[in-house]
Write a protein that binds this ligand. Structure first.
Ligand code: G3P
Length: 224
């Protein structure tokens, strides 16, 4: 499973790109609006940090297929490097997806809440679908179960579409998606930190340091 960062906060992107095995960065209109800055400058800054080989996902804000295609082409051209346009699931969105596949532009169909939505998006040619895990849990759904059913469907029908699960509240949801065979998750920097942290790890490392220092003081292996 690949890890993608779900933010347009440049400091968080810089940090996570340095320390974590990131496959890319996802944004959406809410995430971009949160930064409240010039759109293309922000896109360029993100691209400069992650480089051309990591996937950059940006969402169209258009409502009709023709305009979605036009915006996707502009985003693809101006973003440079590996790019994938995000399109919310709808009739217009499916029409745009089919057209963009003919043009060779990668598409993620987003705002997915059911396996049926995911299947039809994949049939339209989506490269990725993004089910919203925590938002489903918030309405007493089971986001991870939906993710597992989408993965199962894609396997049954041998579809190349990848499941990029989004909307996470904690590390446990990320783990459940991994076990379900989800291909990618997009998460905030806080969730990434939670994924690698464990109090038992801290205790173990503290023990190693104490035992070493009791014999070798502040010397490290480099000093021998
Ligand atoms: O792009 C979708 C994802 O960012 C949603 O996450 O936390 O707003 O539910 P959240």
């Amino acid at each position: 499973m690949e890890y993608i960062l779900d933010t347009a906060d440049l400091e968080a992107i810089k940090h996570c790109n340095e320390f974590y095995p990131l496959a890319g960065v996802t944004t959406n209109p809410s995430i971009i609006a949160k930064e409240n800055t010039d759109f293309w400058t922000l896109v360029k800054n993100i691209r400069d940090i992650i480089g051309p080989d990591k996937l950059f996902f940006a969402q169209t804000v258009q409502k009709t297929a023709d305009k979605m295609v036009e915006e996707a082409c502009l985003l693809n051209e101006k973003t440079g490097g590996k790019f994938c346009v995000k399109i919310p699931i709808s009739e217009e969105g499916l029409k745009a997806t089919k057209r963009l596949k003919q043009l060779g532009i990668k598409v993620l169909v987003t705002a997915i809440f059911t396996p049926a939505q995911a299947l039809i998006a994949a049939r339209a040619g989506a490269d990725y679908v993004a089910p919203y895990v925590n938002r489903l849990d918030n309405i007493i759904g089971d986001g991870c179960y939906v993710v597992s059913e989408i993965v199962k469907q894609f396997n049954i029908y041998n579809l190349p579409c990848k499941v990029l699960a989004a909307s996470f509240k904690n590390a446990e949801l990320v783990h459940k998606c991994a076990v379900a065979g989800c291909h990618c998750v997009t998460v905030t920097d806080d969730i990434l930190k939670a994924v690698l942290s464990h109090p038992m790890t801290d205790a173990a490392v503290e023990g190693f340091e104490k035992d070493w220092e009791s014999v070798y003081g502040d010397k490290t292996i480099l000093d021998f």
